[in-house]
Design a protein around this ligand. Structure first.
Ligand code: NAP
Length: 459
């Protein structure tokens, strides 16, 4: 035990919000050391496992995180699962630690664990083979170990993507892009192989509300213009002339409407052999099929503005049926409860005041588990800084700590998690992946298997 050790903070989760929190802690005037813990062997969260592989520029933000990781006072410990076994004994070698144990060793714990699961549609047929959640599909093409075995049904010409957000756009693009366009990316090898055999040539993106309520960002939408051989279609009745001129709409919305109107009124390149079509005012009400998806039934909606000013979709009772073998549900992510921490079921987040977990001293949240699955990567910087301001203020008021030394804590983590991957281990994995990428003309070739991570990390 040491009474003079520096402040020691655990950040659980190594995605953007975890890294922004770590960097802000290391920037502080106080002497703070940071351990970033992750259940995976690899850091960077959604930057590695979520951002679409054809967006290498967005993924390049990882260079900033690598700089943070190289700073004095930073340690990474992968293959450390936190709080996953309520009530079970935590034996040496179990690979898990729990919340109370972290609080015994660290002066503060920031949970930056993101939104790890899907929002459900709660409609009949949702779980038929061929109906998949975007969290699984995105994880699959990005080589996330939890989703690598997905085997999506890619044998029909048309896929239906439910949702009108940026994830729906990512999914639609990844489904229809010619595989040769992906060969220079870090798309997982198993996904490249499956996409090379894919019959999908058309993606129908369905939004439950109108074109003006879609959650796409304009850059992501306009990017579709740059894809050779892609026809983009929208219904002129759903994006009528003049809609984009409505000055009461946000600037981004008006730009989206301009793009959609252009696609609705311009004949696509007759040579185009791929298609993304947008259909608004459609909600899925049933997914049908004998033993796999064969069609999706969409309710035709009209819009109504509620007393709160929010525009709602209201079912007109009319139905439309679209034949398809693949439905991807891209209707948003959802946080999972962390054992012992309060949880708001309605929002899928941990209740907090500016990042301080309600009723839990020395515990904090940052990122999507704090504010829900919204915003772009950079949004997490401001979010993490707000949390860290409180962490630092609380640390400054704490008595000198008699908690275990940094060395003892590392020893404990290694005993409990024998497959632990530290920063040096991750750098070996990274070098291996990037080295294979150099040979293939790709940013990296991803490792998927746990044993392979452990082998490379200890090589
Ligand atoms: P999102 O932006 O919240 O979009 C979710 C979509 O699903 C909305 O269109 C929503 O419609 C719809 N939806 C929700 N429940 C539904 C239901 N029961 N039936 C039908 N539709 C339903 O979420 P996301 O696309 O998962 O993206 C998450 C965050 O990551 C966003 O902030 C996004 O911008 C960001 N992101 C950014 C990028 C990028 O910058 N390149 C890429 C990917 C993701 P309503 O509006 O009607 O609720």
């Amino acid at each position: 035990m040491s009474s003079t050790r520096p402040h020691h903070v655990a950040v659980v989760g190594s995605g953007p919000s975890g890294f922004y929190a770590a960097a802000a802690l290391l920037d502080a005037d106080l002497d703070v050391r940071v351990d970033v813990l992750d259940r995976l062997a690899t850091p960077w969260g959604l930057v590695r496992g979520g951002v679409a592989p054809d967006h290498p520029k967005i993924k390049s933000v990882s260079a900033q995180y690598a700089k943070t990781a190289a700073r004095d006072g930073f340690r990474f410990f992968g293959h450390v699962e936190v709080g996953a076994c309520d009530g079970e004994a935590h034996e040496p070698g179990c690979g898990r630690v729990d919340r109370a144990e972290l609080l015994e060793r660290y002066d503060a714990v920031i949970y930056a664990v993101g939104s790890q699961t899907e929002r459900r549609l709660d409609i009949p047929g949702e779980d038929l083979p061929g109906s998949i959640a975007s969290v699984d599909f995105v994880g699959w093409y990005n080589g996330h170990p939890d989703h690598a075995g997905l085997e999506p049904a890619l044998d029909s010409e048309r896929a239906v993507v439910v949702g009108a957000g940026n994830v729906a756009l990512d999914v639609a693009r990844m489904l229809v892009l010619p595989v040769d366009d992906l060969r220079a990316t870090d798309t997982a090898d198993h996904a490249l192989e499956a996409l090379a055999r894919s019959s999908v040539r058309k993606a129908l993106v369905c939004g439950r509300r109108g074109a003006a309520q879609a959650a796409f960002t304009t850059t992501e939408l306009r990017e579709l213009d740059k894809i050779t051989g892609l026809a983009v279609r929208a219904d002129p009745e759903q994006v009528p002339e003049g809609m984009a001129d409505d000055e009461s709409l946000a600037k981004g919305t008006r730009r989206n409407l301009e793009a959609l109107r252009r696609w609705a009124t311009t004949e696509p390149d007759p040579q185009a052999d791929r298609e993304i079509a947008f259909r608004f005012l459609r909600s899925p009400v049933e997914i049908r099929g004998e033993d796999r998806v064969e069609e999706i039934v969409l309710a035709v909606n009209r819009l109504e503005t509620g007393d709160d000013g929010r525009v709602r979709a209201v079912d007109t009772g009319e139905r439309e049926t679209v034949p398809t073998g693949l439905v991807v549900r891209a209707v948003g992510y959802r946080g999972l409860p962390l054992s012992g921490l309060p949880f708001d079921e309605a929002t899928g987040t941990v209740p907090h005041a500016e990042g301080c977990v309600e009723g839990c001293a020395r515990e904090y949240v940052a990122g999507w588990i704090k504010r829900g699955p919204s915003g772009i990567i950079g949004t997490n910087k401001k979010d993490a800084h707000e949390t860290v301001r409180h962490v630092l203020a609380d640390l400054a008021e704490q008595e000198p700590s008699d908690r275990p030394s940094l060395e003892d804590t590392e020893k404990w983590l290694r005993e409990r998690c024998p497959e632990l991957v530290d920063q040096a281990g991750w750098e070996s994995i990274d070098a291996h992946e990037c080295g294979r990428g150099d040979t293939d003309g790709r940013p990296r070739v991803k490792v998927i298997e746990r044993e392979e991570f452990v082998r490379l990390a200890s090589a």
